[in-house]
Design a protein around this ligand. Structure first.
Ligand SMILES: [Zn+2]
Length: 103
């Protein structure tokens, strides 16, 4: 990455990814415990699994965003090829489409 702006984004996304991975691993361990413990209610097990699935999704999003930064596609709409607005990227770092192309 040649610009300072770009490396800031990469650093931020790497932080996001690290946090997401940490959270996913915690939930993964928690879910494993739930599976092994016969006293855990199915309901509780399901809610941990829902959280875990959300955490896995967050990891995937962060990984994808980071790949886009590294390949130089970050900040460019994957549909129309125009730049995604800075404000939008600020609010949603993993955005792959501009406001106009987002359903
Ligand atoms: Zn677009």
């Amino acid at each position: 990455m040649s610009t300072a702006e770009g490396s800031d984004v990469a650093a931020r996304l790497r932080d996001d990814l690290a946090r997401a991975v940490e959270q996913r691993d915690q939930l993964e361990a928690e879910y494993q415990q739930c599976l092994e413990d016969p006293d855990v209610l199915q309901e509780d097990r399901d809610s941990v699994r829902t959280l875990l699935e959300g955490a896995r999704g967050a990891v995937e999003h962060a990984e994808r965003a980071l790949q886009r930064v590294e390949s130089g596609e970050y900040g460019t709409c994957s549909v129309c090829g125009k730049p995604i607005g800075a404000a939008r990227l600020e609010a949603l770092p993993e955005a792959t489409t501009c406001v106009n192309c987002t359903p």
